[in-house]
Design a protein around this ligand. Structure first.
Ligand code: ZN
Length: 374
């Protein structure tokens, strides 16, 4: 997997580039819509590609492992064919969901033992088995198994989790290299830097994972309840320790107003359930701030959800119609709202990318800061 840097901001750490994947180019910085169950909830693949211009989406290994199962997906031609998405896919390792969703987790050196949240069946995820599951799914970018501690956490506990993450990354990466040799797979594996909010632990982790010479690196352990400023500081500190010529992925961030902030700190890839989940819950991100669609003020509002947006929803429907669908609990509401919110995120990233290429990212960031979405 080749990462090409096209421009760098002279003032901040922002970069614009292209990540060349087996399923097409991904222009960075990029926001990846989340497709947990091999679907971005409520949105047709056709609309994701043609209407929204998404070049990569994220799918969750934990969910697909439990249902319908990786072997079934492989039998049906792999994840791309199964879900009819011929652009890039990133899968996580499943570790994060094991820690957040499953019952009776037991972490050992070998891996993490857990029970399915669906039927209670016991399963073991190991550094090698999660690579195998992702190889079977056929995603373009796979993630290494990691241990993401909660926040706040004692430094000793964070250190133990970080060192286990490094050992797991080494085991998983060695397994990945063997399998790549055997199969000629073009899939990439990104290790994840942990270390909670302790700079010395982040530095140790980044240095040791750097020895793997991976195609890209993730910054994990953010968005676990810490203050926003702390997340940004740790992201900046960690990004600066990672190889300049590899993509850097900040997992699970962020709010729309945070996108330029992470980019400014040298992050190239992000994902977050926020635009789709907030859409379904009645919150739209717009150039005029957040629109809470159930509010009575939109009852007879004939204007588009966002006058500055050219998505299908904004070209076609009024705030009053969306409010009506929301109040009536209609399925179409979720589809229309999700299309808009994801477009808002992707357009924000495209504007950021364009400004880096044209050399005025700093003023673009100032303009975005002044919008204030709260
Ligand atoms: Zn729109």
């Amino acid at each position: 997997m080749r990462f090409e840097i096209q421009a760098e901001c002279p003032v901040t750490g922002a970069r614009a580039g292209v990540l060349h994947t087996p399923h097409g180019p991904v222009e960075t910085p990029v926001f990846m819509p989340v497709g947990t169950q091999a679907t971005v909830k409520g949105v047709l693949q056709r609309d994701l590609a043609e209407e929204l211009g998404a070049q990569i989406i994220l799918a969750n290994t934990y969910h697909l492992f439990l249902r319908p199962g990786p072997e079934l997906i492989r039998g049906l031609g792999g994840l791309h064919r199964f879900m009819a998405w011929d652009r890039a896919i990133l899968t996580d390792s499943g570790g994060f969901q094991v820690f957040s969703l499953s019952d009776l987790r037991r972490i050992g050196e070998e891996g993490v033992l857990f029970r399915s949240h669906l039927n209670g069946d016991p399963h073991l995820f190991t550094p090698a088995s999660t690579v195998d599951v992702q190889l079977t799914l056929g995603s373009d970018i796979m993630m290494a198994l990691d241990e993401c501690p909660p926040w706040p956490v004692d430094e000793a506990v964070a250190a133990e989790a970080m060192r286990r993450t490094v050992r797991w990354a080494n085991t998983g990466y060695a397994h990945y290299l063997r399998r790549r040799e055997e199969t000629g797979s073009a899939q990439a594996l990104f290790p994840i830097v942990q270390g909670s909010m302790f700079p010395s632990l982040r530095a140790e982790c980044a240095a040791r994972l750097g020895e793997l010479d991976a195609d890209g690196y993730a910054i994990g352990g953010l968005s676990v309840g810490e203050p926003r400023g702390t997340s940004l500081e740790i992201a900046a500190f960690t990004a600066a320790l990672l190889p300049r010529d590899r993509p850097r992925y900040a997992m699970g961030v962020g709010m729309p107003e945070e996108l330029p902030e992470y980019v400014a700190r040298g992050v190239d890839m992000m994902d977050c359930v926020l635009p789709s989940r907030d859409a379904r819950n009645g919150r739209l991100f717009t150039s005029e701030g957040r629109v809470i669609i159930k509010q009575a003020r939109y009852r007879d509002d004939s204007g588009p959800p966002d006058p500055a947006c050219d998505c299908y929803t904004c070209r076609t429907h009024s705030r009053a119609y969306l409010r009506h669908l929301f109040q009536a609990g209609e399925m179409l509401y979720s589809t229309l709202a999700t299309i808009h919110n994801i477009k808002y995120y992707l357009d924000t990233m495209r504007r950021i990318r364009q400004s880096i290429l044209s050399g005025d990212f700093a003023s673009c960031m100032d303009a975005m800061r002044s919008v204030g979405l709260e």
